[in-house]
Design a protein around this ligand. Structure first.
Ligand code: PFF
Length: 449
């Protein structure tokens, strides 16, 4: 259905939630959360992460939704339409972050494609944990295989974008995502029966407060923004598609809860297995790919579980990369006056170049580092820990100080349809709590505060 400006709108409440959740739920929850939690001490990270999701994440999602629906524009047009001609920085941070994320995210999505194919062929079935480690290591350090799968994934992403079948993917993912949730639940229950389940759960849920340092805070905040697709204008764009009756507060809260539940389930699946199979929780980005196949191997019908899981993870990744690609495509089309086709080609070409560099970061380009970080880690850290929080500060300040209270109130109540009592608190959060807290955590991690 289109509104009067001929802009697509989500007709139902479920449509709005499914789309935002489709963007939010992805590799961030299932791959990135466990590895970040593992490298930052487990429980302490988890506690900070949950606090940031609800104290910073929910108000900032509301800010993006308010700005998107009140202007019915993408990230560039939105600030301009709301009177912020000089707030272009938000748009530029959004494109930079979206291209960096697309580049390294496609590498991991490529790993899921490879693992899907290998699972289906039965080649990913070993008796010994060490062999899973070896398998991943051989794959990731190869000079061409990770690049091949990154390219393959980006081509699929391109085809979906260019054929305008985004809606089709959204529909497919709306059916498959509940299935993903269901099988995550099955795996969680299975992990609770593993020998060292207690140790794994204690690692994840028992915070060691002495482990909280500036890097834990920054990592947890970056993860909260990354996982909620926040700070780069993605949620703003989705907000611009909401119909006038969509309850912004409820959609923000539901998305945050759903996203957090998936991340926690992923932790509950991984950490008991990490301790049972003797893997280091701090193994980094490779953690999940070394541990999950071993879990599947020990389940009855393991090959089927494994194939199904990696397929669903691939679909979840695709619904996320589609949403992040739209940010730079919208910029090329609306600000640079390119055709949609050329814009999509350019978006993919950039990701192909940088994605290949990221893909080789585990093998031949392992020694190409900036400040001790490989290209992959640099893109991952720069986007999540710098660009997204900065984008979060900008949108909070803009909506908190520049957007008029009646506009915020109209948006939060959906023009009087709902009674919302927390508008004053939301504005307070956007004006003071979010920018100050995000700023302090960022400066603290740089050693400035
Ligand atoms: N939130 C996605 C995930 O957790 O996998 C990643 C993501 C999607 C980040 C879209 C940013 C974005 F614009």
């Amino acid at each position: 259905m289109n509104n009067q400006n001929n802009r697509a709108v989500f007709v139902t409440r479920l449509g709005a939630i499914a789309a935002t959740a489709g963007s939010a739920v992805g590799l961030g929850n299932i791959w990135r959360f466990p590895y970040e939690a593992g490298t930052h001490g487990g429980g302490a990270f988890m506690l900070c992460y949950i606090l940031f999701i609800f104290i910073l994440g929910v108000p900032v999602i509301c800010a993006e939704f308010i700005l998107g629906r009140s202007t019915r524009c993408n990230v560039f047009g939105a600030y301009k339409a709301a009177g912020g001609r000089n707030w272009k920085l938000a748009g530029y941070i959004g494109i930079l972050a979206s291209l960096m994320i697309l580049s390294f995210y496609s590498v991991v999505a490529g790993w899921t494609v490879e693992y899907f194919i290998q699972s289906a062929s039965g080649a990913l079935d070993f008796d010994n944990q060490q062999l899973y480690h070896q398998y991943f290591d051989d794959f990731a350090t190869s000079s061409w295989r990770p690049v091949l799968f990154t390219v393959l994934f980006l081509i699929l992403n391109f085809l979906v974008l260019i054929r305008g079948v985004t809606k089709g993917i959204e529909r497919v993912s709306n059916i498959l995502m509940p299935l993903l949730l269901l099988i995550l639940l099955v795996f969680s229950i299975n992990s609770l029966t593993l020998d060292k389940a207690g140790e794994g759960l204690a690692f994840l849920f028992r915070p060691d407060f002495s482990a909280i340092d500036p890097s834990t805070l920054l990592g947890a905040m970056g993860q909260a923004f990354f996982s909620l697709s926040l700070g780069l204008g993605c949620m703003l764009t989705y907000g611009s598609y909401f119909n006038n009756r969509t309850n912004i507060g409820r959609t923000a809260l539901t998305t945050a809860i759903l996203d957090t539940v998936v991340a926690i389930m992923s932790g509950v699946i991984i950490f008991p297995a990490v301790f049972t199979y003797g893997v280091s929780p701090a193994a980094g980005p490779t953690l999940v790919f070394e541990v999950l196949p071993a879990i599947f191997h020990n389940l009855p019908g393991g090959v089927i579980w494994s194939t199904l899981f990696f397929f669903l993870l691939f679909v979840a990744s695709l619904s996320s990369t589609i949403s992040m690609s739209e940010i730079s495509i919208a910029y090329f089309v609306e600000q640079r006056h390119m055709s949609r086709r050329s814009a999509t080609v350019l978006n993919t070409a950039i990701a192909l170049v940088f994605g290949s560099l990221c893909a080789l970061s585990f093998g031949p380009l392992r020694n190409l580092t900036v400040g001790g970080m490989t290209v992959f880690t640099l893109f991952d850290n720069m986007s999540s820990n710098v660009c997204l929080p900065l984008g979060g500060i900008i949108v909070s300040l803009f909506v908190g100080w520049r957007v008029k209270r009646p506009v915020i109130s109209d948006q939060m109540t959906s023009f009087g349809t709902y009674r919302i009592r927390v508008i004053g608190a939301l504005i307070f959060c956007l004006r003071y709590i979010c920018p100050v807290a995000i700023g302090i955590i960022m400066l603290n991690s740089l050693g400035i505060i």
